[in-house]
Design a protein around this ligand. Structure first.
Ligand code: LMR
Length: 398
């Protein structure tokens, strides 16, 4: 049975962490995977999470099966976070939300549902995009294309290219969009861009699938929900995958959600029934712990305030690290201007380093980055940044 099985390549992101863990060098730095590390180089356990966990432990709650779509109070909190507590979509019953296994699980469940509804559609992702976007939608059975997004020369958006490509895709294509903190570039669309994109998507009857894995890491919780809010106003039907891995620092708990915006309460009921079939035949129903914690925090005024403050601290620290990186690279005489790094949003920076330079960073200096040049600025701290900037200056000189 297994004799002819070939070795699969390592995952481009998580495979790098495997290599990093096996590296015995003391000064190694993992700028590969998108994980926020604090100033001490550790993944933080948020105080809001600790408080919610204490209450949960004290309650000694039994661990029965959850409903297929997850915890009701969690799903409702996700909707308010995405669309605003006053959202008409919510009061009109036009949003269906199911708890999912992280943002990845939400994308996959959404992909499987879409495959049943639009079996012949094409999926389009940004160029570049998160490595797993392509793999996920190909695995769900879709051909995956790219639309232009990033302009490497300006370190900005290729606006006309993006709109042109979206116009040229076959009608009713599924378009994967990064709501904020674009992974991997850190370069986001503004309100005007979103409006133009929405017009094209409407015209072509495309299906928007908005991926929001970093809400609160860009400019703030409300500000980062801009794309979700604009799509909500557009009157279109669309999907949103969301994640609390980063914003609650709950990576291993796999806390995410898939939200589907429909045209009516009646449509929502039918869509939910189909979504439940997809989930039931995949992993049956989601786990209890992480979503219970997130729901308790989001539904308590006090814990929510604490969480927002902690999220703000993470966001500010990333910005400081970006700024420090730009300054150190300039002071150390890097052969390139890196000021664009401070303008990017979220965890990631598309550094512009090529495959060979990334390789040299890893081999010669123990600094791990994705081969595309993506680095995770959220893994920098005041102790490792000197080593990282020295290494970058050196590989640019080779
Ligand atoms: C990343 O892009 O590094 C994160 O989203 C983690 C992952 O699952 O790839």
């Amino acid at each position: 049975l297994f004799a002819a099985v070939e070795m699969a390549p390592r995952d481009p992101i998580l495979g790098l962490t495997e290599a990093f863990n096996a590296d015995t060098r003391q000064n190694k730095v993992n700028l590969g995977v998108g994980v926020y590390y604090n100033e001490e180089g550790r993944i933080p356990l948020l105080r809001a999470v600790v408080e919610a966990e204490k209450a949960r432990l004290a309650a000694q709650a039994p661990r029965g099966y959850l409903p297929i779509e997850g915890i009701g109070a969690y799903d409702a909190a996700v909707q308010r976070l995405l669309f605003g507590s006053e959202s008409a979509l919510i009061t009109e019953g036009r949003v269906v939300t199911a708890q999912a296994l992280g943002g990845t699980g939400a994308l996959r469940v959404g992909g499987d549902l879409l495959k049943r509804l639009l079996p012949d559609a094409a999926v389009a992702i940004s160029n570049p995009s998160w490595e797993n976007h392509r793999a996920l939608f190909e695995s769900a059975g879709f051909p995956v294309q790219q639309y232009r997004y990033y302009n490497a020369e300006t370190h900005g958006i290729d606006r006309s290219g993006m709109l042109e490509d979206l116009r040229n895709l076959p009608p009713r294509s599924i378009i994967i969009l990064h709501a904020c903190c674009h992974n991997p570039t850190g370069v986001d669309l503004n309100a005007d861009d979103w409006q133009q994109i929405i017009e094209v998507l409407k015209e072509r009857e495309h299906v928007p699938f908005v991926d929001i894995a970093y809400q609160g890491f860009g400019d703030g919780i409300e500000q980062d929900a801009l794309a979700a809010r604009l799509f909500a106003q557009s009157g279109m039907s669309f999907l949103v995958s969301s994640s609390f891995s980063k914003s609650f620092s709950l990576y291993g708990e796999r806390v995410g959600a898939l939200s589907l915006v429909t045209q009516s309460r009646d449509e929502s009921a039918r869509v939910l029934s189909q979504l439940k079939r997809v989930i039931r035949t995949n992993y049956s129903n989601p786990p209890t712990h992480g979503a219970t914690i997130v729901a308790s925090v989001l539904n308590s005024t006090e814990l929510r305030g604490l969480w927002e403050a902690e999220l703000g601290e993470m966001r500010d620290r990333i910005r400081m690290m970006r700024q420090a990186m730009v300054e150190q690279l300039a002071t150390k005489g890097a052969r390139r201007d890196f000021t664009f790094v401070a303008l990017q949003r979220g965890m990631f920076s598309y550094s512009g380093l090529n495959v060979e330079q990334v390789e040299r960073l890893r081999v010669d200096h123990g600094v791990y980055a994705i081969s595309t040049g993506r680095i995770c600025a959220a893994a920098l701290n005041s102790r490792n940044i000197g080593h990282v900037t020295d290494a970058i200056v050196q590989v640019l000189e080779q």
